[in-house]
Design a protein. Structure first.
Length: 242
């Protein structure tokens, strides 16, 4: 599946699992990722950071305090130290390679967010792209970040790879530095003036789902409740084709 950098036409609004399926499983856990893959999700959203000894790992927060039984910054721990702590389901924090391997035979869209807003992690963009290429998944990945510098860095090494700016609002000041390289915007709410395709996060309300599924410019929603979103989309599709 190739994600066109400048594709503006989509058959149906896609559903991305936000950090897997946190409504049922520990966020960013292999258990959650494997479940959504087995249940035919369109896309998966996740986050990448780096340990002190250079391993890329899948975790949203800069610290492990909220999502594990440990405490401390990801950047200050070796992989062994990081994986000595456990998530709510007993799993350790997975590496990027473990995440990609856990996808198995599933193929869809993968949104990898560079968590470089607070910790810069120099070179993480190139390292992540190499890992994705090794896994044979480059055609499935779109990168996103709140930090435009990460998008520029990724674009410089892989100009055909789609990148999307994460923002609560698509203000001209935020969009301008990366306007010419963006394939989409990842926003908290749909932006009427925007000319780019939009993926909206984090959509858990069924009424909001219905509205966004009807919006032509919204190419995907990112949700904690992907099965509920599937039901809403199916019901809406059935009504439209009845």
């Amino acid at each position: 599946m190739v994600i066109s950098k400048r594709s503006y036409f989509f058959m149906q609004t896609l559903i991305f699992g936000h950090r897997g399926y946190p409504a049922r499983f520990a966020e960013n856990s292999l258990q959650g990722f494997q479940y959504v893959c087995a249940h035919h999700i369109d896309g998966i959203e996740t986050d990448v950071q780096r340990t002190s000894d250079g391993h890329l790992v899948i975790i949203h927060d800069e610290t492990i305090d909220r999502t594990t039984d440990g405490s401390g910054y990801v950047k200050d721990m070796t992989l062994a130290e990081l994986q000595s702590w456990h998530q709510a389901n007993g799993e350790s924090i997975p590496t990027l390679a473990q995440f990609l391997d856990a996808l198995g035979n599933w193929h869809g869209q993968i949104n990898i967010e560079f968590k470089t807003g607070k910790v810069r992690y120099p070179g993480i963009e190139a390292e992540t792209q190499r890992a994705v290429a090794t896994a044979g998944r480059t055609d499935e990945v779109v990168y996103s970040s709140f930090n435009p510098d990460s998008l520029v860095a990724l674009h410089e090494i892989a100009p055909e790879q789609p990148v999307a700016l994460l923002a609560k609002e698509a203000t001209p000041e935020k969009v301008a530095p990366v306007q010419n390289i963006l394939s989409a915007l990842h926003l908290e709410k749909m932006e009427t003036p925007s000319q780019l395709p939009e993926r909206i996060w984090t959509v858990n309300d069924p009424w909001q789902m219905r509205a966004l599924f009807r919006a032509p410019k919204v190419v995907a929603i990112i949700t904690d409740k992907f099965e509920e979103a599937q039901d809403v989309r199916q019901l809406q599709t059935s009504k439209q084709t009845a």
